[in-house]
Structures are given as structure tokens and as C-alpha cells.
Design a binder for this molecule. Structure first.
Ligand code: ADP
Ligand code: MG
Length: 705
């Protein structure tokens, strides 16, 4: 068999596998080849060299390995008639219970009394009584000789795998067979010698042996370091190369001049001095739009940092260069606000600005579409109605998308097709800061600009966390604020499992407030997801216009609404919200001149994560710090935007902990591509081959914009 064939060999043909097992492996683990199986790494190791002692193991939750005997087993019935198996386990130092709630019958039959067992599991301590629930147990006599003095790999498993007898023990034996039949030459190297020497990495073959069967921690660390780097390197290589290809291929309109529209607005009508962050972002965007290559830029700026004015100014640049532009927002109300705000700002200029959303119908819609197609409309503002097929521009030069995380990749790419052969420049604006490591992966193909300073004179929002007992004080505080002319938000979490519960909590909140804020002196708006769009809109508008004092809502108000007069954000059941959501909600206040407040109400029962989320909010107003904390708490998969971003399932790299590795990998990948963009150099052949192989596997993993 030739060299490459060993890794590409279908798993079915490995001794001890066969078609039936191969089928289960494919279904459960997506394993089709030897290489696939080798690249599912252990999620932990059992240190077979170390045994703890019952008497000296005192920290609850520790994973420990013990050696001892089971002296007695009993099946007990609980209150709910569920039976459980309790085994008395003794080592030389003491005694504990091993408990099973599941597989009680099977375990009763399997367990042998007075034989030596090796037991592994999580230590629980309750009333000083030590126990382990569902431990892994193995007869000491059955523990393979070869595993003694090594770290034994543990792979995540599933019920189906266990049922088909493809458990960890089986997996280890198959991996042994595979690895025994491979040697240094049959697992070819895929990195260049330069890289390996420079970073002092072990070889690929060595890494694959050691990651599964390390003899000590050092070997394991070597292996995981090498494999992590490899994963990061090829990911970055791919992202950077796609970006380069796109830049070569995709021409953009050239906005060469700064003309009268921009200049007149900038010198005569701009109501404030731009912050230096805003200025430098505009400079970056101008450079992009003048380059002849299509711009694909992400503009990050915390809530209130002033992204809209940047959008407005570059739309004027588009006009100056003879092009139309459009701006798309995720909700009707936000789009409407942009339309009104921008129309107002630009009222002195000779420009045609139009609004389009699903609610614009009939003749009005027809007229607008015609004016957009004829080029009469200079700036079109609206909702995702803008990307519908029948919206055709005469010459769209720039498309701006506000609050990008609400739009899917597909929706965004629709914009590309809106006018002629050259796609418009695209600017995506978001207030959800993306942690650095994620920005390097999700947005590897987008250029990123940041507005990292707030306009001067903003008072930072005071944030507090209160428990229920403090509610009376809160009510007084609301009253004072209303007396001073301010408006108040009260937000309840969306309860997806039960709209009924959600309405109920909203309703209860309303009824609780009513006696303190009786009409007609006080007016309260209610907005929730179950209302018709028009009713929602109506209630929102009442609040926006200052006709109501309090707005009780679910998270429908989360994105972008601008009511500068609102100074208090009360978040009910705050522990139910994610960090980025809390931060977004807080951003609804603090938009005017007065001191604003964010009050997070919670029950006394808080999970550790919940506590950390709330204390993070109290500690900082910095969106980036919050995003980093969010990533740490939830992991990258759950960050908004990542599902659709095409980050491949990572096998070993951890985007949070492995930032330094990711950085190095990115740097090296970009250096290599600079010197050898098509990876044609002889020393890059292995890299090129692997790159092609991965590309074939992830065809749809490319373009984002
Ligand atoms: P966001 O980035 O959240 O979209 P906006 O663009 O809505 O923020 O801006 C928030 C508020 O700050 C607006 O009222 C806007 O007019 C104001 N603003 C923006 N830039 C400046 C600036 N440089 N100086 C003073 N106020 C500004
Ligand atoms: Mg905004």
C-alpha cells in the first residue's frame, strides 16, 4: 500500500472493524477513513500511574482514580420508586459509596465482590459521606498491562456506540492496531521543515501517536501543541487565501473624489466635531472605496459610538461619485428611525431619500421602486425588503447593513447582485463586539474597523444588581426619574418554551406597576412578540414620542432604538439573559445628556455563570471586555454570527485559550502567502496538498460578506 493510502483507507477495512461497525462509526462520529478516526482526539486521560486515597480526597468535584474492593452491593428504592444501586467500596485508607441510578440491573450482575477494581469518577461529599455517582469501573486484572504507567485516553462516546460495543476500550484497541501499522513515513508530514524547526514542533506522525497514547504529560503536551497549531494554520491559510483571491478577482467601483455633497454637509451642517475614531474609520473606508477593489468592511463600535454619522457621510461620498447607496436595518422601527434621522440631517441638501419596507405597499411602493430603478432616488433606507428580487437599482455603489448579526450570510450576499457586474461596496456595522480571536476566524475575510471611543461628554451608565427585596426602593426611584421628565424601560426575558409564561410575567409586571403609576397621570406602553406588527409599532412610537412614561417589553426593543430621553433600563430576571444581550439592552439608555441607570433585577438563586454575568455588567461598560467574558463563559459556538459564519468544527483548537497559537498561525500563514501566494514553491508542496484536501472537504466554507 502506498504512503498516503494508509490514512485514506476506509475504516471498514481495518482489522477488527468491518461493515457493520463502520456504519455505526460513520453515523455517530462521521468517521469514514482511518484518518478520520485518528483525528478524533481524547477529551481527557486517565493517569494510570496515580491512585488517590479515599481518606485524603477531600475536594468535592475532583476527578479521582482509586484502587480498592467492592465489599457489598445493595439495590435501594427511592421515594419516587426509582431504584438505585449502592456499592460499598473500600481502599486501604477508607470507605465510600459508588452509586448508579441507571443500568442498575446490568451493574448488579457485572460487579464482582472482593476483586480489585480501578474506579474513576467525580468525588461527591454530602454530610461528610463520600460517594461517586456513575463511576467508571474496571477490574484491575483486566486493565491492560500496556496501559500501566501511561495516560489512558478517554473519548466521548454515545449510547449507540456503546450499544454496538464500540466503547472506549474497543476504540483504544483499534487505534493501537492502526498506529502500530503506521510509521514515521506512512503518516506524511504536512507542514514545512521551516515551520517545524522554527516552532520546535514534533512531527505529525509523532503527534498522532502521542495524542492517543502518551507515556507522560510532556508527550501529550507536545502532541496537542503540534495538532493545535496545524489546525489553526490551515484554517488561517484558507481564510487569508480566500480573501486574497477575492481581492484579485472582485473589482469595485472607484470612488475617486470628495465632492460637493460631502463637503457642504461636513462644513455647514454637521452638528458636532467627529471623534478621532470616527475620522480614522472614514479615512480607512475612503481608502477602500478608492482602491478599485470591492470593499468588504466590518465596522465595530459600541452602542452609542456614532456609527450612523459615518454611514451618512460615506453615502454622501457615494453620491459625489455618481452612485446610489442603500442602508438596511433589521427592524421596521429602526429603519424608520434611520430614515427620519438621516432625512432630517440632510434636509438642506438636494438629495432624494426614500424608505422601503414590507409595510410600504401599493402605488407608493411601485413609485419608489421605479424611482430607485431610474436612479432618481439617491439613498434608499429600509428593512430586508431592500434585498427582495424586484428591488433594482440603476447604479448601486454602496450598501450599508446596520446591526449585522441579525442578518444571515445569504441575505447579505443578495446585495451583491443588485446592480450590474460590479458589486457595491459593503459596510457592515455592528454594536456586538466580536472578541479578537473570533474576529480572526469568522471575519478572516472581512476587513475590520473599530470606533473605540465614545463622543465626548457622555456620562457612563450606572449599573446595579438588585434582589427582589429592594423593589420598593426601585419603585420610588422610577417615580423620581419620571418626575424629572425621564422615561423608563422595563424589559422581561423572552421565554421561548412558553409564550404563555412570557405574557404572564409581562402582565404581572404591568399589574405590579399600575397602582404606583395610575393613569391618566402616568402612561405605560406594553410591547411583546405576540402583538401584531402594527400594534407593536404604534406602542413603540408612543414611547419614542414621549407620550408614555414607561415601556414594558420583551427583548423586541433590543436593537438600535433611539430614545435619548429614556434614562433607566430595568431588566427583570436579568439572570436569564446572555451577556451580549444585557449589554445591548443597557445601550438603550445613556443616549441623552442626563445620568442614566441600568438596574438588573434577579432572584436569589443564581448559577455561578449567572452571577459572573451580572457582576461583569456591574464592573464594566466596555463592550469588548464584555464580549471576551461572554466568549469565556459560553464558548465560541454560541456567539451570535458564528453558526452561519462557517467556522469548521474545531477538533482540538480552543479559540479562547489558544489565542497565542492562533496568532502565530495567522502570522506564519500570511507570511507564506505573501512570499508564495499559490503555494508553488517546492518546500510548500506538502502544505499545498493538505490545503487542497481540506478545501475539497469544506466547499461551502468560504465567502462571507
Ligand atoms: P450607534 O453607534 O449606536 O449607532 P448613533 O450613531 O446612533 O450610535 O449615535 C448615538 C448618538 O451620538 C446620536 O445622537 C449621534 O447624533 C451622536 N453622535 C455621534 N457622533 C457624535 C460626535 N462625534 N459628537 C457628539 N455626538 C455624536
Ligand atoms: Mg446604530
Amino acid at each position: 500500500m502506498s504512503i498516503i493510502d494508509i490514512l485514506d483507507k476506509p475504516i471498514e477495512y481495518v482489522k477488527g472493524v468491518g461493515p457493520a461497525k463502520a456504519k455505526v462509526l460513520s453515523e455517530e462520529l462521521n468517521v469514514k477513513t482511518v484518518s478520520d478516526l485518528l483525528h478524533i482526539f481524547p477529551y481527557r486521560y486517565i493517569d494510570r500511574t496515580e491512585f488517590a486515597h479515599i481518606s485524603t480526597s477531600n475536594s468535592e468535584g475532583d476527578l479521582i482514580q482509586l484502587k480498592g474492593r467492592i465489599t457489598d452491593v445493595q439495590v435501594l428504592k427511592g421515594k419516587n420508586k426509582r431504584s438505585r444501586l449502592v456499592a460499598s467500596f473500600k481502599d486501604a485508607s477508607g470507605f465510600m459509596e459508588l452509586i448508579w441510578f441507571q443500568s442498575v440491573k446490568v451493574m448488579t450482575e457485572i460487579i464482582k465482590l472482593d476483586e480489585e477494581y480501578i474506579v474513576f469518577g467525580k468525588l461527591s461529599i454530602y454530610n461528610r459521606q463520600k460517594s461517586m455517582i456513575h463511576p467508571e469501573i474496571q477490574l484491575a486484572s483486566e486493565v491492560n498491562e500496556r496501559f500501566v504507567n501511561t495516560l489512558e485516553p478517554v473519548y466521548s462516546s454515545s449510547e449507540k456506540l456503546e450499544k454496538a460495543n464500540l466503547d472506549n476500550r474497543w476504540r483504544r484497541s483499534i487505534l493501537k492496531i492502526i498506529l502500530k501499522s503506521t510509521s514515521e513515513t506512512s503518516i506524511p508530514e504536512i507542514l514545512s521543515n521551516d515551520i517545524i524547526t522554527k516552532l520546535k514542533l514534533c512531527s505529525r506522525s509523532q503527534a498522532l501517536h502521542w495524542i492517543h497514547f502518551p507515556e507522560n504529560n510532556l508527550q501529550r503536551d507536545y502532541a496537542s501543541n503540534r495538532l493545535k497549531f496545524e489546525e489553526a494554520f490551515f484554517m488561517q491559510l484558507r481564510l487569508l487565501r480566500n480573501k486574497a483571491i477575492r481581492q484579485l478577482k472582485i473589482k469595485g467601483h472607484v470612488f475617486s473624489k470628495v465632492g460637493d455633497y460631502f463637503n457642504e454637509f461636513y462644513t455647514k451642517h454637521l452638528k458636532f466635531e467627529l471623534t478621532s475614531a470616527q475620522k480614522s474609520v472614514i479615512k480607512e473606508i475612503r481608502a477602500d472605496m478608492g482602491s478599485g477593489i470591492q470593499m468588504n468592511r466590518l465596522l465595530q463600535g459600541d452602542v452609542g459610538s456614532g456609527k450612523t454619522i459615518v454611514a451618512l457621510l460615506i453615502m454622501l461620498l457615494s453620491k459625489d461619485n455618481g452612485f446610489q447607496s442603500c442602508m438596511m436595518a433589521p427592524t421596521e422601527i429602526l429603519a424608520q428611525q434611520h430614515f427620519e434621522g438621516i432625512s432630517d440631517e440632510l434636509s438642506q441638501l438636494d438629495l432624494k431619500i426614500a424608505f422601503l419596507s414590507g409595510s410600504v405597499k401599493g402605488k407608493k411602493r411601485k413609485d419608489i421602486l421605479a424611482a430607485v430603478a431610474s436612479g432618481e432616488v439617491d439613498i434608499l433606507i429600509g428593512t430586508h425588503a431592500l434585498i427582495e428580487e424586484h428591488v433594482i437599482f440603476k447604479n448601486l455603489g454602496l450598501a450599508i447593513i446596520d446591526e449585522q448579526h441579525r442578518f444571515g450570510v445569504m441575505q447579505r450576499s443578495q446585495l451583491w447582485k443588485k446592480s450590474g457586474s460590479i458589486p457595491p461596496h459593503i459596510l457592515v456595522m455592528t454594536a456586538t463586539p466580536i472578541p479578537r480571536t473570533l474576529a480572526m476566524t469568522i471575519h478572516g475575510e472581512l476587513d475590520v474597523s473599530k470606533i473605540d471611543e465614545l463622543p465626548p461628554g457622555r456620562k457612563s451608565i450606572k449599573t446595579i444588581h438588585l434582589y427582589e427585596s429592594k423593589r420598593p426602593g426601585l419603585l420610588n426611584f422610577i417615580k423620581e426619574q419620571i418626575k424629572e421628565g425621564r422615561q423608563i424601560y422595563v424589559v422581561y426575558p423572552l421565554i421561548e418554551e412558553s409564550e404563555k409564561l412570557e405574557l404572564q410575567s409581562l402582565q404581572e409586571g404591568y399589574e405590579r406597576l399600575l397602582p404606583y403609576f395610575p393613569p391618566p397621570e402616568y402612561q405605560i406602553s406594553i410591547v411583546h412578540g405576540r402583538m401584531k406588527a402594527e400594534d407593536k409599532e404604534f406602542e413603540m412610537q408612543r414611547f419614542v414620542r414621549g407620550q408614555t412614561h414607561i415601556m414594558i417589553a420583551t427583548t423586541v426593543i433590543e436593537v438600535g432604538v433611539n430614545v435619548p430621553n429614556a434614562s433607566v433600563m430595568i431588566i427583570e430576571n436579568a439572570e436569564r439573559f446572555g451577556l451580549s444581550q444585557l449589554h445591548q439592552l443597557r445601550g438603550r439608555v445613556g443616549r441623552g445628556a442626563s445620568q442614566s441607570f441600568c438596574v438588573m433585577m434577579s432572584s436569589y438563586k443564581l448559577s455561578a455563570d449567572g452571577k459572573e454575568r451580572l457582576s461583569t455588567m456591574v464592573r464594566t461598560n466596555d463592550g469588548f471586555e464584555i464580549a471576551e467574558a461572554d466568549l469565556r463563559l459560553r464558548g465560541p459556538g454560541s456567539i451570535e454570527g458564528t453558526q452561519q459564519s462557517g467556522i469548521p468544527d474545531l477538533k482540538i483548537l480552543n479559540l479562547v485559550q489558544d489565542e497565542p497559537i492562533l496568532r502565530t498561525a495567522r502570522h506564519l500563514a500570511s507570511t507564506i502567502l505573501e512570499q508564495d501566494p499559490n503555494l508553488e514553491d517546492k518546500k510548500h508542496i506538502p502544505i499545498y496538498n493538505q490545503f487542497k484536501k481540506i478545501s475539497r472537504k469544506n466547499k461551502n466554507w468560504g465567502r462571507i460578506s
